[in-house]
Design a protein around this ligand. Structure first.
Ligand code: ADP
Length: 404
């Protein structure tokens, strides 16, 4: 079965075409600047050269039409006909309390996703554009939605409620939902397989650290806590996001600086984190280079980032009364040798012993970076959110076929 995985943003759309017979990626690419002048489609076939095409793409329906066209292109294509695509899987950021797992799209599912627009105003409407565009271009082809929040729906009330008036939860669904659920679930399963131990017997802390960053505490295979909240702003310090701050800063700064709600929201989401402290970049590579070059603000940004991450790991070990496995994943987690080293050499009280040599290896495979005598296993596991979407889509569509 061939499955198209789509991750739609408001002005962009990423895609991967999977052959599920061997879970290989036949082609991947992205459309950028949808709705702007000179939109660009970048397409990478499995065994071919990357191609880019600049044209006017005013909306998502056209974007998907162009993607289908290039997937079937004589020279750059990887399939003969779009009929070969038997299902489409979509990434949706917010599933609220309505979705505890992936589902096949129908009218009711679309209505529920629309009701959640208010909780993810930037992301969910964009995902809906992607779903409707795929439906228009591929009528009758089953569509599946996979939610970033679903894995964390197992959190208990004590973990997901905020200590604020409960009416806000009842009326406006204000609670913690988390994000990166597909990644946390995926790397926890790969880690358990790697260790040849049942995930149900392990206390794990998974650290998904990329541009956005979150931690999950996973006990008996389910998420018991995670660092992102109502929105992906809570928790760790990130590239451009503040993470946890005193909420009283918001009214105080709004008052002092005469900021609007949108301005303060933009300050915390787009102009904070590594970028704000370093003054140079939100990218961990540039922060690390700045630190090595002796730039004090880059050093401070790195130290704050590491300190806040380490405190979260400690708090999740406390939440679970121990930790058996720590997993690092995503851009920073998979690649920053120095960040992992700084974090792990300060977790000796938990029984973490780092294998410095193993930590320095660069590889795209799951690997152990803790020493043989370490009480806590520490692994680096490359994440693959698209594969999770493809697998869930495959499973649900096969059930659909069986039940017809
Ligand atoms: P996203 O959250 O957008 O999916 P990624 O998981 O791709 O992000 O992570 C992107 C981040 O990974 C970049 O901001 C960069 O700082 C970081 N990164 C990538 N390679 C390295 C590296 N070699 N060393 C340190 N950081 C890296």
């Amino acid at each position: 079965m061939k499955i198209l995985v789509i991750n739609a943003g408001s002005s962009s759309l990423k895609y991967q075409l999977y052959d599920m017979s061997n879970e290989s990626v036949l082609a991947k690419g992205r459309v950028e600047r949808i709705g702007m002048d000179s939109s660009i489609l970048v397409h990478q076939p499995k065994n071919g050269e990357e191609v880019s095409q600049v044209s006017e793409i005013l909306e998502h329906t056209t974007a998907i039409r162009k993607v289908l066209k290039i997937l079937t292109h004589k020279e750059h294509g990887v399939i003969e006909s779009t009929q070969e695509i038997e299902a489409v899987g979509h990434r949706v950021v917010h599933g609220g309390e309505s979705f505890k797992g992936s589902v096949v799209v129908d009218q009711e599912v679309k209505t529920k996703i629309r009701r959640l627009f208010a909780l993810a105003p930037l992301h969910n409407p964009a995902a809906m554009l992607g779903i409707e565009a795929a439906e228009k271009n591929m009528p009758g082809v089953p569509q599946v939605v996979v939610f970033d929040t679903a894995f964390h729906q197992t959190m208990s009330e004590k973990a997901y409620l905020y200590p604020i008036p409960k009416v806000l939860y009842k009326k406006h669904h204000v609670r913690r939902y988390g994000a990166h659920g597909t990644s946390h679930e995926y790397v926890s399963r790969i880690a358990a397989d790697f260790l040849k131990r049942p995930v149900e017997e392990l206390k794990m802390i998974t650290c998904h650290i990329g541009n956005g960053a979150s931690l999950a505490a996973i006990q008996n295979g389910i998420s018991v806590d995670t660092s992102m909240g109502l929105t992906p702003l809570e928790g760790l310090m990130m590239g451009t996001r503040s993470g946890d701050i005193d909420p009283a800063i918001v009214p105080y700064v709004m008052n002092k600086e005469e900021l609007t709600i949108n301005e303060v929201d933009s300050m915390l989401n787009k102009h904070s984190g590594l970028l704000a402290i370093s003054g140079i970049s939100s990218d961990m590579r540039e922060i690390t280079e700045g630190m090595i070059a002796g730039y004090p603000n880059a050093t401070l940004a790195f130290e704050m980032y590491e300190y806040r991450l380490r405190k979260y790991i400690g708090s999740y070990a406390a939440a679970m009364n121990g930790v058996d496995v720590i997993v690092f994943t995503a851009g920073v987690g998979e690649n920053s040798i120095i960040l992992r080293e700084r974090v792990l050499t300060n977790l000796t009280y938990l029984g973490v012993e780092l294998d410095k040599e193993a930590n320095s290896v660069i590889s795209g495979e799951p690997r152990r970076i803790s020493a043989p005598n370490s009480k806590v296993e520490v692994l680096v596991v490359p994440t693959n959110e698209e594969l999770v979407i493809a697998r869930d889509t495959h499973r649900l569509v096969q059930n659909l076929i069986r039940n017809v």
